[in-house]
Design a protein around this ligand. Structure first.
Ligand SMILES: Nc1ncnc2c1ncn2[C@@H]1O[C@H](COP(=O)(O)OP(=O)(O)OP(=O)(O)O)[C@@H](O)[C@H]1O
Ligand SMILES: O=C(O)c1ccc[n+]([C@@H]2O[C@H](COP(=O)([O-])O)[C@@H](O)[C@H]2O)c1
Length: 199
């Protein structure tokens, strides 16, 4: 008798990625290992409605492509930057599911993002579309109290105290971001003069 075929397991790493840094990449890599994922799709936000003054979607998309290019399991989706209006994860997951109807989805968030999830649009429908994996992040308590235990997992990942905000501020002050972000992203930021006038 043949074994039932295993469903493809796909991680979805949503973020503004302004810029993408090694904290994002380590989080995705650790979840891929722990949850036996076949692919992690990085999805740069289009218009993140809880943030202000972000770089253009094209800059953030291209930096994400550069940062993930060397990992054969990492891909990048344009679904959020190509959709007009504010970015909601409910739409992200519906679009990713439409493109991969047979896949089991795992949405990856940091401790700070999961703490805010009850403010997200249609939060109670999110659990039907994906399993959520909340990863540890320095400076943030990792807790899922108040969230459905069966739909959210916690994962401790190597602590990288890096944020996009700190990277932007460093560039703005003329400090290096080598080794905080991938080398190609350092060069992209320099080539396009990102983060120079406003952090
Ligand atoms: N160093 C990190 N360790 C673990 N998770 C992280 C880390 N940095 C970001 N994340 C998670 O990655 C996702 C996308 O994060 P985002 O693109 O907003 O980066 P950020 O560094 O938090 O940006 P900003 O400083 O501009 O708010 C979120 O779920 C966030 O919690
Ligand atoms: O769906 C929402 O209402 C919602 C509100 C805030 C953030 N999110 C998602 O959370 C992910 C991380 O967002 P951010 O703003 O921390 O980069 C990203 O995929 C966002 O689209 C989603």
């Amino acid at each position: 008798m043949s074994e039932p075929s295993r469903r493809r397991r796909v991680g979805v790493m949503g973020g503004t990625f302004d810029p993408i840094h090694h904290g994002h990449l380590v989080a995705a890599s650790e979840v891929a290992q722990s949850f036996d994922l076949d692919e992690v799709v990085f999805v740069p936000t289009g218009q993140p409605w809880q943030k202000t003054a972000v770089s253009t979607g094209e800059h953030r998309y291209l930096m994400t492509v550069i940062a993930t290019a060397s990992n054969p399991r990492f891909t990048v989706s344009r679904v959020d930057i190509d959709r007009t209006g504010p970015t909601y994860t409910i739409d992200t997951l519906r679009d990713i599911r439409a493109a991969r109807p047979d896949a089991e989805l795992f949405f990856i968030t940091g401790a700070d993002a999961i703490a805010q999830i009850l403010t997200w649009k249609n939060v109670h429908e999110l659990w039907e579309l994906a399993h959520f994996v909340a990863v540890s992040r320095p400076g943030h308590d990792l807790s899922i109290s108040g969230l459905p235990q069966a739909d959210v997992s916690l994962l401790e990942v190597p602590a990288l105290a890096i944020s996009s905000t700190a990277c932007r501020e460093r560039v703005n002050r003329g400090y290096p971001v080598w080794y905080l972000v991938p080398d190609g992203v350092v060069q992209y930021i320099s080539k396009h003069h990102l983060y120079r006038s406003a952090a």
